[in-house]
Ligand binder design. Structure first.
Ligand code: FAD
Length: 398
């Protein structure tokens, strides 16, 4: 089918979300083929937009009709239920990178939401632009990058975003949202907190790196791999190559030949707890201090110092724990699977849950969710921490 948008088209790979190029176009195809976990039944309706005007039209039509809807990018952070989704899936496959005027030494790029994220990173590296090179190899689309504020190897996309264009479901209108309206924090955003609509494009500001040097390397493992101190700078291309190498060694780049890459990436976020709680954990549990986003509300128990309707806000230090460490020390090893299940812990990375039957077209969201609940239960029993899933669940509960 040709034209600006294609209703019911299901060719995996248009936005390079898929591990393999396969599947004939058909309207009732399982959504599994559009996800990296390769699980999930069909949607009642699946539409794909390849241009921004088509995306606007499809979204407004869908919203006017009422009914449930879901916007899908590369499907690399979603678990779709086995019975499918009784609503409209709007798949974003718009493409394009445009350069905008920018202050000297900086380059601004407006990027369409369906542009595959790693194509954008490669483009910036090839043009000597620094700022997102440590985010090399993350699957998915550019429009989804701000949804959970993607991050890896010491960089977060929040540090490079200037604004985005957003089609708001409530008004049906497009508005430009500057960075400070996006409320980006660790794996979260205003969208994760409930703002519904579609990201149409994202504007980035990058350094026109004279001499082709990267942003300071901010992650110890990456710095060690590159043979520099944390804070050192290297040719951007070297940083990208090192990140891609590290990611591949953990099954964290999409690779049809690597069964460990049929995942949704890290399945659990690193828990953020109070420093007091962290003291109850073994001293060997890794922890990193983080600034509290909002100081905790504390009501003095003596009742003298403050009336209870004016609670004092005391900044309490928080620390981020390693979800991988907690899982491993709850006794769950790489490669672990429940008996008879098609879901397993990746053999390379404790945080990734993989669909071991993906290669033969099998696997189920039910198995993934069962393993996720098992991991949560073991970590809760051992350490009192309830791990939170990172992927979005569509038509399925954890
Ligand atoms: C092997 C692997 C490694 C990964 N490594 C990392 C990593 O290092 N760091 C990291 O942060 N993440 C990582 N991820 C997770 C994932 O790649 C990112 O979250 C990515 O940004 C998801 O993009 P997507 O287009 O696939 O989104 P999808 O999975 O299609 O959607 C995810 C969410 O975003 C919403 N969404 C998608 N597009 C839009 C849009 N245009 N407008 C509004 N909402 C939208 C969806 O509705 C859904 O809620 C990894 C995943 C895999 C499979």
């Amino acid at each position: 089918m040709t034209g600006p948008f294609e209703s019911g088209t299901t060719e995996p790979g248009a936005a390079e979300p898929s591990l393999t190029e396969s599947g004939a176009p058909q309207s009732d195809a399982p959504l599994a083929g559009f996800t990296t976990l390769r699980v999930g039944g069909p949607a009642a309706r699946l539409v794909t937009a390849t241009t921004e005007p088509a995306l606007l039209e499809l979204a407004r039509e869908t919203w006017a009709e009422g009914g449930d809807w879901f916007v899908l990018g590369g499907g690399s952070n979603v678990v779709v239920g086995d019975d499918g989704f009784d609503g409209t899936v709007i798949r974003v496959a718009t493409r394009g990178i445009a350069q905008l005027p920018a202050p000297e030494g900086l380059v601004r790029l407006r990027v369409q939401a369906g542009e595959p994220w790693d194509d954008l990173v490669r483009h910036t590296v090839e043009h000597g632009l620094s700022g997102i090179e440590a985010l090399s190899g993350i699957p998915g689309s550019t429009g989804a990058a701000p949804i959970q504020n993607i991050g890896a190897y010491g960089q977060e996309v929040s540090s490079a975003i200037v604004s985005l264009d957003f089609l708001d479901e409530i008004t049906g209108e497009v508005r430009r949202m500057p960075l400070d309206e996006l409320e980006l924090s660790y794996r979260s955003s205003v969208f994760k907190r409930g703002l519904r609509g579609i990201v149409l494009s994202v504007t980035f500001e990058l350094q026109d790196a004279s001499g082709g040097l990267s942003a300071p390397v901010a992650y110890a493992q990456l710095a060690a791999t590159l043979g520099v101190e944390v804070g050192g700078r290297l040719p951007i291309r070297d940083v990208r190559d090192a990140v891609l190498g590290l990611r591949a060694s953990k099954g964290m780049v999409l690779d049809a030949g690597d069964p460990d890459s049929f995942s949704a990436g890290s399945f659990f976020t690193n828990p953020i707890v109070t420093e007091n709680f962290a003291r109850t954990l073994p001293a060997s549990a890794p922890r990193w201090q983080v600034e509290p986003e909002e100081p905790a509300v504390v009501i003095p128990l003596d009742g003298d110092s403050l009336p209870v309707d004016q609670p004092e806000r005391i900044a309490e230090y928080h620390v981020k724990l390693s979800a991988a460490w907690l899982i491993e020390h709850a006794g769950i090893r790489k490669g672990f699977a429940l008996p008879g299940s098609t879901a397993a812990i990746s053999s390379k990375h404790t945080l990734a849950l993989v669909n071991t039957a993906a290669g033969s077209g099998g696997g189920s969201a039910a198995d993934i969710a069962e393993l996720a609940r098992y991991v949560q239960g073991r970590v809760l029993a051992e350490f009192g921490v309830l791990l939170q899933p990172e992927p979005v669940f569509l038509a399925h509960e954890l």
